[in-house]
Design a protein. Structure first.
Length: 87
């Protein structure tokens, strides 16, 4: 187990070293990893998130408290409801 001082020095060297010294360019290279199109499940999940987000933004503050005071709780209920409607 390296000492805390040695770990600090190693981290400082890694942070201070330019990306070019590791054989990488400074910016992302789109040729290395082309973007994949989302599959049917990904598209369905994205559509549910958009619908739930629109519903959440349309709710007045009092209704948000009644539905679930925070977005994650509301989103979970909304996704469950949308999946049940779909089935």
């Amino acid at each position: 187990m390296p000492s805390p001082l040695l770990r600090t020095v190693l981290v400082a060297l890694l942070v201070a070293a330019p990306a070019a010294s590791f054989g990488q360019s400074a910016g992302p290279n789109p040729e290395l990893a082309p973007r994949r199109e989302p599959g049917p499940r990904g598209l369905a999940a994205r559509e549910r998130q958009r619908k739930c987000g629109a519903e959440w933004r349309a709710l007045p503050p009092a209704d948000k408290v009644a539905q679930g005071p925070r977005w994650p709780q509301y989103y979970s209920k909304c996704v469950r409801r949308l999946k049940e409607q779909r089935a």
